[in-house]
Design a binder for this molecule. Structure first.
Ligand code: FAD
Ligand code: MLT
Ligand code: ZN
Length: 471
């Protein structure tokens, strides 16, 4: 391995090759503290050309590469294994915004740009970059693309894939594919861009991208409403979709149990709604016409919802800071779960028509089999995306509970997802966490096609091996 490290020194200055244990530590454990690996070295390149040379050196010495963005992923995709033979390739130094093309409404940027800085840059130029998620202060656009991240604006603007027009990618051979085009139409054969998006660093290393921008809305209104059943929540969604159409930009659901966990850890995040409702829904409307227009629309639709008995209480944010606090309440559930200790995550999508039966049956099965279990169910309901997370009964050590029951709990949820024709990964990806789940639930033909693609694009299996699919 000495000659491999020497080769790296021919590509990068020594300060960008971290080989000492203490220097490597911050790159070896994932956000959830679920996975800790080892690495031969952590490298911090500055350009696609440097990455291409690193990949060539890795191919020569058969060293595997784990690309790493903000390391906020939930599935262990950016964490190396424990062999100590892989390198971590961090994007921390590749954070340049290359161009804002106002006429084309696009932004071209390097993969290591932090999502929040992209949103801010777009806003400075009068545009909205709509991708938004709880980790936006630290996740990177390359990681968002590699996981095809979702977040809270998918309902209106789509997921990261829908926001991307072009990519630059370093292949497993160490070549640079220049697909950095800002085109909304391009049918020149196979869609290479879409192949790399969502591939979690297993097919190529994304070094830059062209992303779509949108006009900034003039006004946004946020409301919290109390709902007593899943069926009413879906009727409410359908009502807003019909009446507000494309002005509906957020529709997030939180169960009573989720918000109780929030207030346990963050008492200032109390739900402003009356009576501790079974379901709290956060609704956001965004308008390009006027403040008055969207406010009136929101009030009218809420009145209709009251009359139809879909909601029992509503609080409209009276200013920006209250709107922010509603969103913080929603986004703190993940943090409350982290405070509570080890937990089991399920990031699933279910067709809206099957959502009620999924929740009822899965809740019943779960509570019958694991008395006292806490179901921290919340998510992007407008997309049919539930974070059907599980916390152990109170008073039981989470780690030992998970060790004993994790496999069976995942399987219970995933077989219910399959029964409802849903997906076991809506937005977080597969990584190492759902490798077995994907093999069991993707379908044999689809799984085999994925393995065929992986082998064709990375025959030496050096790009993030044993993530997504094993070959
Ligand atoms: P990392 O975690 O570093 O990497 C993720 C995967 O992408 C790994 O497999 C890695 O190898 C690969 N990768 C990273 N960069 C590249 C690259 N340049 N080229 C090729 N492969 C690469 N996710 C959602 O979808 N929606 C949410 O609402 C959401 N909320 C979150 C809230 C919190 C508090 C946290 C901590 C996470 C949340 N996430 C959410 C998960 C996570 O933030 C996303 O998956 C995000 O897209 C990961 O970006 P990252 O830069 O941290 O990627
Ligand atoms: C979110 O939407 O807040 C995260 O994706 C969910 C999670 O913590 O599972
Ligand atoms: Zn989410």
């Amino acid at each position: 391995m000495q000659s491999f490290i020497q080769q790296l020194h021919g590509i990068l200055s020594p300060q960008y090759i971290l080989a000492d244990d203490a220097d490597k530590v911050p790159y070896l454990t994932d956000w959830r503290k679920r996975y800790t690996g080892k690495a031969l070295a952590v490298v911090l390149p500055k350009s696609a050309e440097e990455i291409a040379k690193i990949v060539q050196a890795c191919a020569q010495s058969n060293v595997a590469i784990v690309p790493q963005g903000g390391h906020t992923g939930f599935c262990g995709g950016a964490t190396p294994d424990d062999s100590g033979k892989q390198i971590v390739l961090s994007f921390k130094r590749m954070n340049q915004i290359l161009e804002i093309d106002s006429a084309n409404q696009t932004i071209t940027l390097e993969a290591g740009c932090i999502l929040q800085s992209v949103q801010e840059k777009a806003a400075e130029h009068g545009f909205l970059f709509p991708l938004s998620l709880g980790a936006e202060g630290s996740c990177m656009i390359g990681g968002n693309l590699a996981t095809n991240a979702g977040g809270t604006n998918v309902l209106r603007y789509g997921n990261t894939r829908d926001l991307c027009l072009g990519l630059e990618v370093v292949t497993a051979k160490g070549e640079i594919w220049d697909g950095l085009k800002g085109l909304r139409k391009d049918n020149t054969g196979y869609d290479l861009r879409d192949l790399f998006i969502g591939s979690e660093g297993t097919l190529g290393i994304i070094t830059a991208a062209v992303m779509k921008l949108y006009p900034l809305p003039i006004s946004q209104w946020t409301t919290l409403v109390a709902v007593d059943s899943v069926a009413s929540t879906i009727d409410l969604l359908n009502l807003f979709q019909k009446r507000a159409t494309s002005l509906l930009t957020g529709f997030e659901m939180m169960t009573r149990e989720s918000l109780e966990l929030n207030t346990k850890h963050f008492p200032h995040m109390a739900n402003p709604l009356q009576g501790n409702p079974a379901y709290t829904v956060l609704i956001e409307l965004s308008d390009h016409e006027s403040e008055e227009h969207v406010r009136q629309l929101l009030e009218t639709v809420l009145e209709e919802a009251f009359e139809a008995n879909l909601i029992s209480d509503a609080v409209i944010a009276s200013n920006l800071s209250q709107a922010k606090s509603f969103w913080q309440m929603r986004e703190h559930i993940t943090l409350a779960q982290a405070e509570e200790g080890a937990n089991l995550k399920h990031d699933i999508t279910i067709p809206l028509s099957a959502l009620e039966s999924f929740i009822k049956e899965t809740d019943d099965l779960m509570r019958a089999k694991y008395p006292g279990i806490r179901i921290i169910n919340f998510g992007h309901l407008g997309d049919g995306n539930l974070h059907y997370n599980i916390a152990p009964p109170l008073g039981i050590d989470p780690k030992s509970f998970n060790q004993a029951n994790e496999k069976a709990i995942h399987e219970l949820v995933y077989s219910q997802v399959e029964r409802c024709k849903g997906s076991i990964s809506a937005e977080h990806g597969v990584g190492q966490l759902k490798l077995d789940g994907l093999r069991a639930h993707k379908g044999a033909v689809a799984h085999d096609l994925m393995r065929t693609l992986k082998t064709a694009l990375d025959p030496q299996n050096i790009l993030n091996p044993h993530k997504v699919v094993s070959i």
